[in-house]
Design a protein. Structure first.
Length: 235
């Protein structure tokens, strides 16, 4: 039961708008804020590239469309029909990741930067056990936050749900780097196994509603391995 993932950045966006579906084009043109529009475009391009890699028939980007379930979760369509794949999207600092899995597996992913988090942030959003583990460690704070976001996407609630209602435990990465396991437990007893990996300043986490092997990159090496965070919307 393999999960696949792909990363693309703002630098990879094609010129023009011909790769967008009609619905995506209308939505992008209706966005008032450059930052939100850039995030939308980068995530859509990443998703279309990832889906194009796994579609046996090959689908033109404009015929692939990412729509939304009423919960807000993304859903992939090709030529107007639902594609037989589960999907999760995330973006951060002019980069996006698309995670793909079998249709019967509910998945979530989140991309974060290793950056300073305030004491108030840690107090407000983490459980007591998590706060003790974080103890001023910015890597741990962002890793735990990212894992929560991934699990809340599996639950299809996002940040509408109290982040302290899910608790994260993580394993250390292998000595040579690579994916390490994580687990997110909800207060009602559900368990969401997953994985995490670090690429420079970026952290990537994934979670699912069942055990899976760690995700397989559709690029080798992954584009995220040499990614540099930027904030192009500021210019």
């Amino acid at each position: 039961m393999q999960l696949s993932w792909l990363a693309r950045g703002r630098v990879h966006l094609p010129s023009g708008e011909g790769w967008l579906s009609e619905g995506e084009l209308r939505r992008a043109r209706g966005m008032r804020f450059t930052k939100r529009r850039d995030e939308f475009l980068i995530a859509r391009w990443t998703a279309k590239q990832a889906i194009g890699r796994i579609c046996s028939s090959g689908t033109e980007p404009a015929r692939i469309e990412i729509r939304h379930h009423r919960s807000g979760a993304p859903e992939a369509y090709g030529n107007g029909c639902p594609l037989d794949v589960s999907i999760s999207l995330t973006d951060r600092a002019d980069w996006a990741v698309c995670l793909l899995g079998p249709p019967h597996v509910r998945i979530g992913c989140d991309l974060e930067l290793v950056e300073a988090r305030s004491t108030a942030f840690v107090q407000d959003y983490f459980t007591g056990a998590e706060r003790r583990r974080i103890a001023g460690d910015d890597l741990a704070a962002n890793l735990f936050w990212s894992a929560k976001e991934s699990a809340l996407k599996v639950l299809r609630t996002g940040l509408r749900r109290d982040t302290r209602s899910v608790e994260v435990t993580v394993d250390d990465p292998p000595s040579g780097g690579g994916w390490a396991p994580l687990t997110v437990r909800a207060v009602e007893g559900r368990v969401f196994p997953g994985w995490w990996i670090r690429f420079g300043d970026f952290l990537l986490t994934v979670a699912a509603d069942q055990e899976t092997p760690h995700p397989c990159s559709l690029d080798e090496p992954p584009a995220l391995a040499s990614a540099v965070p930027t904030h192009g919307w500021l210019s």
